[in-house]
Design a binder for this molecule. Sequence first.
Ligand code: ADP
Ligand code: ADP
Length: 228
Amino acid sequence: MIEFNNVTKIYPDGTTAIKEFNLKVDDGELVTLIGPSGCGKTTTMKMVNRLIEPTSGEIYINGKNINDYNIHELRWNIGYVLQEIALFPHMSIEENIAVVPEMKKWRRGKVRERSKQLLEMVGLDPSTYLTRMPSELSGGEQQRVGVIRALAADPDIILMDEPFSALDPISREQLQQDIRQLQQEIKKTIVFVTHDMDEAMALGDKVCLMREGKIVQVDSPQQLILNP
Ligand code: ADP
Ligand code: ADP
């Protein structure tokens, strides 16, 4: 569970990115954050794993203030998928997926099993893809690996910041289906940032509309259609 309690972020240059932000994301829930560029979506996400510190207010994960976690413990428990494809170029797909599991000292056999299972989940044949290098994958395939890499060590929470924005519509549709399926299979707590309303409505259990650092409306997609 993630809870934002009256969070405000003012950058050193005086820009107020987030203002008195309150949001609760329940266990196993997928919340989409949607709003125009500059409304504070990325700032909100970065505060959750302490890449950015709030100016005031608190953020809780599973009832515990994020400042009370060991920083490694916090970040290992959060899978973060960014817009920019950020696979390590000099590592194979298997090595990319194994980074966090190895930090957590998982056994080699367990890491391999997990890697295979995750690749299969997103339709990439492990016998071909485990040993490939990122440069040998298409953009859409790299994004898929980026998504499953964030899931590899079984984090409770997954943050996705416009992970599909660089993709063509077909890969994007495919990945949206993957996310929906993953969500049903593993029931993770997910915050998904997008500026595409169709994507926000298709994926979210709840959709959170943001404007100028504030939440304008939070509702299920069904309710949003009824009360736009
Ligand atoms: P995105 O929303 O695509 O993830 P960013 O979060 O990098 O992009 O940037 C969002 C907005 O914040 C952009 O308008 C960018 O110009 C602005 N921005 C990012 N970093 C800084 C900075 N260090 N100083 C001022 N503005 C910034
Ligand atoms: P979004 O992800 O919705 O595009 P951001 O969270 O990136 O929005 O940015 C929110 C606001 O904060 C914008 O006005 C942006 O220009 C500003 N901003 C983002 N990063 C910085 C920064 N490092 N320094 C100053 N202003 C920033």
